[in-house]
Each structure stands twice: as C-alpha cells, then as structure tokens.
Design a protein around this ligand. Structure first.
Ligand code: ZN
Length: 283
C-alpha cells in the first residue's frame, strides 16, 4: 500500500550561484561568466516531460530575469513556479529589510511570468535556521504561504537539527500561517540522515539512497526530492576548490539523470501544488 505523495523540486540557478562560490564570483561578475542554466534546465524539462511528471521550480529571480523563456516553458509544462530569492543570498547574511527587497524583487519577476500567484519559497542554501525565523512574517506579508528550506540536520552552513521531520506549521500569527516542508531525513540513532536529493543523492552509494527512500515510504513519510540544473551538467566548468568542496560539488554528476530516472520510476512524485490536492496541505 502506498498513498504517500512525494514532491520533486528544482532550485533553478546557474552553476556559479552556490554558496561555495560566493567568495570567488561576486554578483557583479555573474554576467561575465559562461551561463549554462538554460541548457541544463532544458535537460530537466525534457526529462519531466518524457516521464509525465509535474514538479515545482524554485527560480532564482536573477535567472528568471535573464531567461524568462525558461519560466514560461516550465509553466507550459504544467509545473509550479516558486521563488529561490533574487540574488542567492543566504538569509543568515541579510538584514530584514534586505531580505524583503530580495524576495519581493524575485516575486515581481516571477509573478509576471507565472500562470498563478507564486506562494512557495526555498531559501538559498537552506538558510531558514533558528537565527532567521524573523524572515517568516516577512515572507507571509509578501505572499508566501509555504516554505521548503528547513533541513533537520547538523551541518556547517545550515540546519535546525531538532526541527520536525514532517510538514508542520512553522509560523502562525493572527490568522497568518506558513507551512514548512522540511527536507527529507531518516533518523539514525540520535542523528537524522538526509536522503532527499542534491549532493546527498550524488555522494551516497545508490543502493543506500533507495533503501532510505523505501524506509520513508514504508513509514508514511513523503520524500521531498530536490536538485539543481548544474547537477545534470557533465560539462560543468571546473573551478579550483579544496578536496571536500570539490567532492561535494562535482561528484556523481554523470550518474544523476540515470539515478533520478530509477527513483521516479519506483516512487510517485509531483509538485507541491499538485500534492496539496492529495495531502492535508495548504499550498
Ligand atoms: Zn540555491
């Protein structure tokens, strides 16, 4: 018996946007770098179309502004448009006023291109942490109704290790409400092991990923799968990085599409918007 609705989402950003490059490539230099987000996102769109899947696309405003045709192609494919902020700044590095400006800028661009109002947000580098909960009322005021940014793990850059592992109401005040869809983890002793996508999907041995996903399904927990366009790009420009960062960033890219094909054949996936019809979710 399997009635769990899993969610598949993509954070649409270029290869130079991840936090790992924040010191190397400042925003002023982005327009000078080779952009690969268009061709990489097209790989995702073609894959989803071939599999008949609907997904949520958390677009970076900076990307949507340069390639509006990617947003309209996602809309045409029946996918949900959501926000990944404008300039890929971690909330932990912004003041409340800066955060509002960044979010609003992305929403202005995306709402003009989307077929429905944008209500979903994923913070760059999962930066909704204990220190940035002040961002939630601002999100609500700007039209956000669900967030998918909390990682219930210990990590050097992000995470709320003791946050709930299933969807919960993260903010509620005077009738205002934001649902949180935390990234998927499986409890292992006193720690939570991530198993929902991105680097974890590339670095773990594939049988381990499948096993963890099976465990999620058996216990009735939905899998929140996430990935980035650059994770499908076997021609990614190679940048000098330390060994750990290099592994985290480049390993397993050649296997990503094949693995995703297997996972989406074994488990049912859809977008946040579609899932809200099946689950007790307010999206
Ligand atoms: Zn990102």
């Amino acid at each position: 018996m399997n009635t769990v609705t899993n969610i598949i989402s993509f954070d649409i950003e270029d290869w130079f946007h991840p936090e790992i490059f924040a010191g190397k490539f400042p925003q002023e230099e982005w327009p000078l770098l080779e952009s690969r987000v268009k061709q990489d996102t097209e790989i995702i769109l073609n894959f989803l179309s071939r599999k008949g899947l609907k997904a949520t696309f958390f677009f970076l405003g900076w990307v949507a502004e340069r390639y509006p045709e990617l947003v309209t192609a996602a809309v045409r494919g029946g996918h949900e448009i959501a926000s990944h902020g404008y300039a890929h700044s971690m909330i932990t590095k912004m003041a409340p006023g800066e955060f509002r400006k960044d979010l609003r800028k992305s929403l202005d661009i995306l709402n003009a291109l989307s077929d429905r109002p944008v209500t979903g947000y994923r913070a760059p580098t999962f930066s909704v942490t204990r220190d940035t909960l002040w961002a939630l009322p601002i999100m609500y005021e700007e039209g956000i109704r669900y967030d998918s940014s909390v990682f219930p793990i210990y990590h050097d850059r992000y995470g709320i290790p003791d946050a709930p592992r299933s969807p919960y109401i993260i903010y509620r005040e005077n009738g205002a409400e934001i649902m949180e869809y935390p990234m998927t983890t499986v409890p292992l002793g006193k720690y939570n092991l991530p198993c929902g996508g991105g680097g974890y999907f590339r670095l773990y041995p594939f049988p381990l990923t499948l096993n963890l996903m099976k465990r999620c399904q058996r216990s009735g927990q939905a899998i929140m799968f996430y990935a980035h366009p650059w994770e499908f790009d076997t021609g990614l420009p190679k940048v000098e990085l330390g060994l750990a960062s290099r592994m985290r960033h480049y390993m397993g890219i050649d296997k990503f599409l094949k693995r995703l094909d297997v996972v989406t054949s074994r488990f049912p996936f859809t977008s946040f918007r579609e899932a809200s019809r099946d689950m007790l979710l307010k999206v």
